[in-house]
Design a binder for this molecule. Structure first.
Ligand code: HC1
Length: 574
């Protein structure tokens, strides 16, 4: 450990720490704007400046390493004044439409202005940029008039996802973040993961909001409006209402959806179980009949788009299974519609997803089992929170309620889909029992759990070594697939999720500020919600879900049947 003094108080911190980290250990939060640990460590915005004894000027504490005997001040008038001036300068070229901004109340810039006593937002009045809004992508909007050039979005896109479709254009006063050659984001090979939105400190980046369409459907008496909720939503929705990260709000979520007026409140977990039935069957079929291996999971639409753009020769490795979101819509508009005697055209299928790429997925080709789109509207966890707020539902006071049956019934295998490794574990539970014909002694495949970017394991199943790998985040996916392509690694089955940590950390989840993200692994806390939910379920294997058994018995026949293929499987483009 290194001993230093911060504001006159002795502090000990591990060698290699920055002033920012050492101060945090002493319960002093130094404000930041551009800094994101391990992602954007550029020391550029000057919000985190401090005085260091002997240094000629203020230093950027996010990148300044501590040393023995160092003396630091984080609270002198010079420091506070400098930070305030930085904010006033940012505001001089920021469209300050705070009252109508989607981030009002959780904008990092707004909070800093309040904390640092900015009293005059017009301090440096003068010429302002007036950028066009980029709404060319299916899933999001860029409003550069609210961009503060922190470059977090650029860094997460390039350094974490390995995509790099955005960067700084021009120089000086006209600097702006966008794509090359002034292209709209929708014209680039952006995969819609929304990680840029998740890290944006202001309202410059936001998802396309479809909540008005949902309200219109709910108000239409001719429509039968169904909702499905993704596994990871229950692990994060509570954050939008001030609950600690890692709170499971499944019951309150179901209650709130009922009060919003949905005709049935169903669960994507049901179709996650269904996906496992089809995907495990497909895996065993490929293994036993010399099909293309490794089989790669297909539930994450950001990953699918990435594969199509960047690894087109591997699309035949993709499972032909639709994602659980799409399978749900397909079953709702075929099996459920027939059972209930409702014309599929009168069903409005709404999905609540932790993901922005799901907005893109619903418009893909070959996703219309009943001749109409499987899913009509995909909204994010954040949009659902806004609907709840807008209608005055007192979320925290709601009772816990259950999903409706039968499409609300699910197992522990389904709920872990939302964490990296969860789909693999769920598939193994079913594939192993199918292959051996014996009951598993333990359903926990712990080697594929955890937030590590790439995980590998080998399981001996019925005398065969089954090699599996799991990657989350597209930079990790690229690393793994490059090894497979070069013959340096060889697997039977791979799970890939587009977002680091899986859906719990999806681009549509409630945003956590840098002051939280830099010091807490939000992926781990949210994933724990799902693993705890799994452990507490009476049924933990997809093939034991009674509603799934009934669906096959009454309608689909066997997994992989002709009918199952027509309704539940899809195709890809190269
Ligand atoms: Fe996901 Fe999936 S797990 S992709 O991360 O397979 O979004 O949560 O809904 O479809 O089930 C997302 C989550 C989600 C699908 C499932």
């Amino acid at each position: 450990n290194i001993t230093l003094k911060i504001n006159g108080v002795e502090v000990k911190a591990p060698a290699g720490s920055t002033i920012l980290e050492a101060a945090r250990l002493a319960n002093i939060e130094i404000p930041t704007l551009c800094f994101l640990k391990d992602i954007n460590e550029i020391g550029a915005c000057r919000m985190c400046v401090c005085e260091v004894k002997g240094a000629r000027s203020l230093v950027a504490s996010c990148v300044y390493p501590i040393n023995e005997g160092m003396e630091v001040w984080t609270n002198t008038p010079k420091v506070l004044d400098s930070r305030k001036k930085t904010l006033e300068l940012i505001l001089s070229n920021h469209h300050r439409k705070c009252l109508s901004c989607v981030r009002s109340g959780d904008c990092e810039l707004q909070k800093l202005c309040k904390d640092l006593k900015v009293e005059n937002e017009d301090m440096y009045e003068g010429e302002m940029q007036d950028f066009d809004i980029d709404d060319s992508a299916a899933h999001m909007i860029r409003d550069n008039n609210k961009c503060i050039l922190c470059r977090r979005c650029v860094a997460v896109c390039a350094n974490v996802q390995g995509i790099g479709v955005i960067g700084a254009n021009e120089r000086g006063f006209v600097t702006n973040i966008g794509s090359a050659f002034e292209m709209g984001l929708g014209e680039t090979s952006c995969v819609s993961c929304g990680q840029c939105i998740a890290v944006c400190p202001t309202g410059a980046l936001r998802e396309k909001d479809f909540t008005d369409d949902v309200f219109a459907a709910l108000a239409d008496p001719k429509k039968h409006v169904l909702v499905q909720t993704a596994p990871a939503v229950r692990a994060a929705l509570g954050e939008a209402f001030g609950l600690p990260i890692g709170t499971n709000v499944e019951g309150k979520m179901a209650a709130s959806l009922r009060r919003l007026g949905f005709d049935k409140v169903f669960d994507t977990d049901f179709s996650a179980d269904l996906t496992i039935m089809e995907e495990a069957h497909e895996f065993l079929d490929r293994v036993q009949n010399g099909g293309v291996l490794p089989l790669i999971t297909s539930c994450s639409p950001g990953w699918i788009k990435y594969c199509e753009h960047y690894f087109p020769d591997m699309t035949e490795n993709l499972s032909s299974c639709k994602s659980p979101q799409q399978m749900f819509g397909a079953i709702a508009k075929t099996y459920y519609a027939e059972k209930m005697g409702i014309d599929p055209k009168d069903i409005v299928m709404v999905s609540v997803m932790p993901c922005t790429a799901k907005k893109f997925e619903i418009g893909r080709d070959d996703q219309d089992a009943a001749g109409v789109p499987d899913v009509d509207i995909a909204i994010t966890t954040r949009e659902l929170a806004r609907m709840i707020e807008r209608t005055g539902i007192r979320f925290l006071d709601l009772p816990d309620e259950d999903f409706d049956e039968p499409l609300g019934l699910s197992t522990g295998a389904a709920v872990i889909f939302g964490a990296t490794g969860g789909v693999m574990e769920a598939a193994l539970r079913t594939a192993v029992e199918t292959l051996t014909g014996e009951e598993l002694a333990s359903v926990d495949f712990t080697d594929v759990r955890g937030t590590k970017g790439i995980k590998e394991a080998t399981y001996n199943v019925a005398g065969m070594d089954v090699k599996v790998a799991v990657a989350s985040g597209l930079g990790n996916a690229r690393e793994l697939l490059t090894k497979v392509k070069n013959g340096e690694a060889d697997y039977h089955f791979i799970e890939i999720m587009g977002c680091p940590g899986g859906c719990v950390n999806g681009g549509g989840q409630p945003q956590q500020p840098a002051s939280v993200r830099n010091f807490t692994d939000i992926r781990k806390l949210r994933a724990k919600v799902l693993y705890d939910a799994d452990a507490g379920k009476p049924i933990r294997k997809s093939h034991e879900n009674p509603a799934i058994k009934q669906l096959y018995a009454e309608y689909l026949g066997e997994p992989g049947s002709h009918k199952a293929h027509e309704i539940l499987h899809t195709s890809y483009v190269k």
